[in-house]
Design a protein. Structure first.
Length: 402
């Protein structure tokens, strides 16, 4: 605002000086200077008024779903309806808070001249996992001579998610049929030979599609197909996001926990098993087991945006939500803690007939004696345990097995 007023004062002062000079000096030269200055002032005033009168600024991003480490290309388009020789513009973008520590905000100087449409591109490289929101864009403009300068903020909203990077695991017992739950077939088909385990006498209410015509044709009366329950793997993932568990630790500890969860979800999805997801930040997030593309991206959207800011103890989240899972469901727990309360809760779940797989994510490169005893206690109670160090995760290819 001060710069704008100072520019106007300079222009009007120049006009006043030339007018006073022409009045006292007279002659062609002095008045020629005055009228030339008057034309200059008219240009400055028109440039000042029309600087943002018809300016439209839009922003586009090439993708709104990315993976950890990828880059996003941002395109800014400036359009004007009026044809006028403007001097210069500086376009300044505001980065999200998470990116301000990594990169400088984008600033670019352009000279529009007589152009009505200008397109700018810049790249934000190597994006870490997270939810990002690009908001306002500030455009500063001025004339050719540097007397007039104005700025305007344009409220632009662009959001995108960066998914955690996943490991292509080649083996995990939960996905190889060793841990299974029983679910009923959602719809029975008479031509599904693999689901038929025998025949029985026809009962009132049986559908015609369930009648076994070959067995009925032998003269023993109507026979109905009897279907078996299909045993499939069903996994619910519990991610520990309690704030106290990650306070004062390596920031990569939580990122590794998220990437491990994402890799296990990806492994389960590729094998066409139902899977769910549970975590609790400020609000509870429970996604029941399913296996569709929409379900997959719903969970990965949560894994992209999740942060370690939960306030409720994780063992309480685990006990309350595990009760909603049907018996036979595998509970995959990812946590950086081996507290006695968590160990007691996991052992209680296994004793109640639930299958639990425990993934202990640790920042230090070795397992202490106390941690080893805790893991041995879980193993003795039929809990599959896996300790994963930060340095080990990059080489992780299989879990369990020889």
């Amino acid at each position: 605002m001060t710069q704008r007023r100072y520019g106007i004062v300079k222009v009007l002062g120049l006009l006043l000086i030339t007018y006073v000079f022409a009045m006292f000096q007279g002659g062609f030269t002095s008045w020629f200077l005055f009228y030339s200055c008057l034309l200059f002032v008219c240009y400055e005033l028109i440039a000042f008024v029309l600087m943002f009168a018809s300016l439209q600024v839009t922003r586009e991003i090439n993708r709104d779903r990315l993976q950890d480490g990828e880059e996003v290309i941002v395109t800014i388009r400036m359009k004007r309806k009026l044809w006028f020789p403007f001097g210069w513009n500086v376009v300044a973008e505001t980065l999200p808070d998470k990116l301000k520590l990594l990169y400088e905000p984008h600033r670019q100087l352009i000279f529009p001249w007589f152009k009505r449409e200008i397109e700018l591109n810049y790249v934000i490289p190597a994006l870490p996992r997270g939810y990002y929101l690009l908001e306002e864009c500030t455009v500063t403009g001025g004339d050719f001579f540097g007397f007039v300068q104005r700025s305007k903020k344009f409220a632009l909203i662009n959001e995108f998610l960066v998914y955690p990077a996943v490991k292509n695991l080649t083996h995990w017992p939960s996905g190889d049929g060793q841990i299974s739950g029983n679910v009923h077939v959602s719809h029975l088909r008479s031509n599904d030979v693999s689901a038929v385990r025998g025949v029985r006498e026809y009962q009132r209410g049986d559908r015609l599609s369930q009648i076994h015509w070959r067995a009925s044709a032998r003269g023993m009366g109507l026979k109905t197909k009897e279907f078996e329950h299909q045993a499939i793997n069903q996994v619910v993932f519990f991610l520990d996001v309690e704030k106290e568990k990650y306070a004062g630790t390596d920031p990569n500890l939580f990122e590794t926990a998220v990437k491990l969860t994402a890799s296990l979800v990806y492994y389960t999805s590729r094998r066409q098993y139902p899977y769910g997801f549970v975590c609790q930040q400020r609000e509870r997030m429970y996604i029941p087991p399913a296996n569709t593309s929409v379900h997959f991206f719903r969970i990965f959207d949560q894994l992209a945006a999740v942060m370690p800011d939960g306030t409720e103890p994780f063992e309480r989240v685990l006990s309350r939500n595990a009760m909603e899972c049907p018996r036979g469901t595998t509970l995959a727990v990812v946590t950086p803690s081996l507290d006695k309360t968590i160990l007691a809760q996991v052992i209680q779940l296994t004793s109640s007939g639930r299958s639990v797989q425990f993934f202990f994510v640790q920042a230090h490169p070795y397992v202490t004696d106390q941690e080893r005893k805790a893991l041995q206690l879980l193993s003795a109670n039929k809990v599959m345990c896996k300790a994963i160090q930060l340095a080990e995760y990059d080489q992780l290819e299989r879990i369990g097995g020889a």
